[in-house]
Design a protein around this ligand. Structure first.
Ligand code: XCC
Ligand code: SF4
Length: 671
């Protein structure tokens, strides 16, 4: 059943994307947008009502009381499908963390060409968290011990994964009581697969409990390891100026787009691109140099650390190629569309796969190995430069926006409290006074089933008006960046009066870019510190905060959603629900949907809901924030109380004649 075809304006709100969609139409090539239009999703599968885990099926349960051939009930099937997705997402993030840990080990052992330990302070701080001795030891020594500890977390069979120790005490106790602390990262993923094999765990609530355990192995395990090691090796992010959107591609330069997730190779490509020999090689090829840009989370990783511009988010990977100006798109793992290869074949673009885990038929495979990273990075750049002469006609949208990314946990803490008293207390105070109503993390993917970037940016803008401070990661962060919401000044006239005062006083944008998707763990540690710094209760579930993934599509998003719920957060996903059932047609087909909301809330204080309508998302977010404020005994949100201090007050005073201004400012007699 083909759906109505949408116009480029209906497919994306981003004018740069629209230009490329027009071009795709003109040259008659498909994109994820047109393929989504051509193929409706299967309504039974998308409601979680199809089981295909054994050869007696697939079984589609579309009638009241119907079971699969084996007798499996609908709630069992939905729960199994959901935790398989959580396990796949946790596996993806955690395998990334594993590779990072192995790289740290190789660096410590002096076996990794080109890498150094860039952030010794973070290395020491993290090592101390695990009681690794830091006195009188070289960074290499500490790094080796930390790397070994981290590597052992994956194959650990018993006990608790180490990073869980960084959660608030009350939360750890709750997990302990419920028996959901992950024993080892790989063990939980394997067990999720075992439990969901035909004829195993057949109690939906029990299955979902293991979903929580598996998700925790991601958030307070693999992903946290990935973020820690990336910071240690490549530097903990701090604000830096960057740019986003397709207009960062340059007509006179060799454009190399780095796309995927792991910073190990991309950071080395950034270093190699500054090598005088490579620059000379590009000049010899007739180009003005090598211009790097990123897509997806590789973009976030290199943007927040090196200021490498982001060409776009998930749905712009094909659009970058459509400019005709990309010599090479270098990919590693995750969120890489197979469609890139046939599309690139219509241009001169070379798709280069690099991960031993990911090959795409028709792409050039140059395998990455951290032991020879610099050599490989140079080879990749030379391959791209050699391709410059094959470039045909180009069309680069002249659209890009500045942003200031790089708000790591450490930086926000420093910014709020200074070097000697780094703390989140000023943020807590602003929430307690009601200047900031609450915090929303708006994260996650793009999905061509909805209008590209619309849900992210609509929800972000509306919540800003309501004095909700926004933190972002992943493709959602790039969506806001493209709209100019991540600049100090730019967004301020669009934000509520209290939040505006805080942003002006502290000097931050109202939307903070905190990194890639594995960096959602920065949000976990920030929430933990907010709980520990006092004034907002003693656990994450008491903080007036909500997590949203308005345009989610990947299984990783489900893993993130589940670990945030287990950590105490209310999480709202947009788009379609993989456990929606069809309650209008099949009785009780939404048992699992209700359980992961009300049921999980009872157990963990957090809940997972799927809400397609953005206004409803906003309304539920604000209601939750206000309820949490009330539970803490904080004053009800009242925007009329704020906005008269800070820059706004100065502007008002500037209108006054001098004597009155002095009187207002210094209490001098008005003569
Ligand atoms: Fe992928 Fe991380 Fe989703 Fe974007 S946000 S589409 S997972 S790149 Ni992670
Ligand atoms: Fe059907 Fe049961 Fe096999 Fe699933 S496990 S496909 S419900 S027979």
């Amino acid at each position: 059943m083909a759906r109505e075809k949408r116009s480029p304006e209906e497919q994306s709100i981003d004018p740069a994307a629209q230009q490329m969609l027009v071009r795709a139409e003109q040259i008659g090539v498909g994109t994820a947008f047109s393929r989504a239009d051509d193929m409706s999703p299967c309504n039974i599968g998308s409601a979680g009502m199809c089981c295909k885990i054994c050869g007696m099926g697939p079984c589609r349960l579309t009638k009241d009381g119907q079971t699969g051939v084996c007798g499996a009930t609908l709630d069992t099937i939905q729960a199994r499908n959901l935790i398989r997705s959580i396990a796949a997402g946790a596996a993806a993030h955690s395998d990334h963390g594993r590779d990072m840990a192995f790289t740290l080990k190789a660096v410590a052992d002096g076996e990794a060409e080109g890498y150094v330990i860039r952030d010794v302070a973070k290395l020491r701080a993290i090592a101390e968290r695990y009681q690794i001795r830091i006195e009188d030891r070289s960074p290499q020594d500490i790094a080796r011990e930390l790397a070994e500890l981290y590597i052992s977390q994956f194959g650990q069979q018993r006990g608790k994964v180490a990073p869980v120790a960084r959660a608030p005490e009350k939360r750890r106790k709750l997990w302990e009581e419920r028996g959901v602390i992950p024993r080892g990262i790989d063990r939980e993923v394997v067990e999720a697969l075992h439990r969901t094999h035909i004829g195993d765990d057949q109690n939906a609530e029990h299955i979902l409990e293991h979903g929580i355990r598996t998700a925790l192995a991601d958030g307070w395990g693999g992903s946290m390891i990935a973020t820690d090691v990336a910071d240690i090796l490549f530097g903990t992010p701090a604000p830096i100026v960057g740019q986003a959107n397709l207009g960062v591609l340059k007509a006179d330069m060799v454009n190399v787009v780095i796309h995927g997730h792991e910073p190990t190779l991309s950071e080395m490509i950034v270093a190699a691109s500054q090598d005088p020999e490579i620059i000379a090689y590009a000049h010899a090829a007739g180009a003005a140099g090598v211009n790097l840009s990123g897509i997806c989370c590789t973009a976030n990783e290199t943007l927040m650390r090196q200021g490498v511009p982001a060409a776009g988010n998930f749905l712009q990977q094909e659009l970058a190629i459509l400019t005709g100006a990309v010599e090479a798109m270098v990919v590693d793992v995750q969120c890489i569309m197979q469609a890139l290869v046939p599309l690139a074949a219509k241009f001169h673009t070379q798709i280069i796969t690099t991960s031993p885990k990911v090959q795409i038929k028709g792409a050039l495979h140059i395998e990455f190995d951290e032991h020879r990273a610099m050599t490989i990075a140079r080879h990749i750049l030379r391959t791209a430069i050699d391709n410059f002469k094959n470039r045909g006609e180009t069309l680069i949208p002249d659209i890009r926006e500045d942003l200031i990314p790089g708000f790591s946990h450490e930086y926000i803490s420093y910014m709020l409290g200074g070097t000697y008293r780094a703390s989140f207390r000023p943020l807590n105070d602003a929430i307690m006074s009601g200047r900031i109503r609450g915090v929303a993390a708006i994260v996650g993917c793009n999905n061509p089933r909805s209008q590209h970037d619309l849900l992210h940016t609509y929800v972000t803008r509306e919540l800003l008006k309501q004095d909700v401070l926004i933190v972002q990661t992943g493709c959602g962060a790039i969506a806001s960046a493209k709209l100019g919401l991540m600049l100090g000044e730019a967004g301020l006239e669009q934000v509520g009066p209290g939040l505006q005062e805080v942003c002006e006083t502290v000097g931050i944008p109202p939307v903070l870019h905190m990194g890639s998707c594995v960096d959602n763990t920065r949000i976990l540690t920030v929430l933990t510190q907010m709980a520990e710094d006092g004034g907002l209760g003693d656990d994450i579930d008491q903080i007036p905060a909500v997590g949203l993934a308005p345009e989610w599509m990947s299984e990783k998003a489900l893993a993130i959603g589940a670990y945030c719920v287990a950590s105490g957060a209310y999480v709202i996903f947009g788009g379609s629900s993989p456990v929606s059932g069809m309650p209008d047609r099949v009785e009780d087909s939404d048992v699992v949907a209700r359980y992961i909301s009300a049921g999980w809330e009872k157990l963990y204080g957090g809940k997972l809901e799927f809400v397609p309508d953005p206004d409803e998302m906003i309304q539920r977010t604000l209601a939750h924030i206000d309820a949490k404020r009330a539970a803490l005994g904080l004053p009800a949100y009242d925007p009329a109380r704020f906005g008269r201090s800070g820059d706004a007050r100065i502007r008002d005073l500037e209108e006054l004649p001098l004597p009155e201004r002095q009187a207002a400012l210094y209490g001098m007699p008005n003569k």
